[in-house]
Design a protein around this ligand. Structure first.
Ligand SMILES: [Zn+2]
Ligand SMILES: [Zn+2]
Length: 278
């Protein structure tokens, strides 16, 4: 069987899903990315994109890695069909909640009447909840056997967030959202974490020109993505977590600016697939 290390985008939007026809080229679902490394399947965040992913998922065992639990990153979980399939094993990982909270507590909070009619006790899959501290290396015997390593990083975001670096067969995928940078500063912790990455996915909600309006909102800009990618000698930069107010025309324009600044960069869109082993 041919070896794989690929990434498929099921939701690329930040903050709130959009269903307007002028947003469909890039897609309206919130954060959800499928990653396959050999026989291991990972899902980065459970935004609304995870609903459709659940209808196509073949793997019987998956790990869901949460950047954090703001609603745009977790609201798809109750609608992820495999959670109700007793033949599956699903591990959920979060690094931003300790010590005040834990992941099951958060899911119970959003899946409870009168907000939602059922609770996580109705999940029938074999579910395992893992709370770690962002910055820890994650370990599981099955990843070790498969040759997959996962490192994490604490990100600057309200209520905290976690970045991930997945390494496999000498290639690496970095997922850094949601994060706010300080204007004029490089975020060297992020740059060192993503150094030499094959594929670097970064919160590019805004652009530098408008950023002063959004200080404290917890996000970053496509120009900051370029600065980090250049400094860290990343191979392919992918801008992600698009502003729900940025329609296809606006994102097309931003994409042209992006590839002028860093040729070969990609603007994430739904169903886009990247093969890291090619
Ligand atoms: Zn978000
Ligand atoms: Zn957030």
């Amino acid at each position: 069987m041919e070896d794989i290390f690929n990434v498929r985008f099921w939701g690329v939007r930040g903050t709130i899903p959009v269903a307007d026809k002028h947003f469909m080229q890039y897609g309206g679902n919130t954060s959800c990315i499928e990653v396959n490394c050999g026989d291991q399947t990972f899902i980065l965040d459970a935004g609304t994109g995870i609903h459709t992913l659940g209808q196509h998922l073949a793997a019987k065992q998956v790990d869901i890695l949460f950047s954090h639990s703001h609603i745009d990153h977790i609201c798809g979980l109750p609608f992820f069909g495999p959670m109700y399939d007793k033949t599956r094993r699903i591990d959920l990982w979060a690094g931003h909640l300790k010590p005040e909270y834990d992941l099951l507590q958060v899911i119970k909070h959003i899946m409870a009447p009168p907000i939602f009619p059922i609770t996580p006790m109705q999940f029938h899959a074999d579910i395992h909840y893992h709370d770690f501290t962002a910055g820890d290396d994650l370990r599981a015997a099955r990843w070790l056997d498969a040759g997959v390593t996962i490192k994490t990083l604490a990100l600057n975001h309200p209520d905290r967030a976690t970045g991930y670096r997945i390494d496999y067969k000498g290639k690496s995928l970095c997922y850094i959202t949601d994060i706010e940078h300080t204007p004029g500063m490089l975020s060297t912790d992020v740059a060192e974490f993503v150094r030499g990455a094959t594929c670097f996915i970064y919160d590019s909600t805004y652009c530098d020109e408008e950023f002063t309006k959004y200080i404290g909102w917890g996000h970053s800009t496509w120009q900051q993505a370029v600065r980090i990618a250049d400094y860290a000698h990343v191979q392919t930069l992918v801008t992600f977590h698009h502003d729900p107010d940025a329609n296809d025309t606006a994102l097309d324009k931003r994409h042209q600016q992006l590839i002028a600044a860093r040729p070969g960069s990609l603007t994430a869109r739904e169903q886009m697939e990247i093969n890291l082993l090619k």
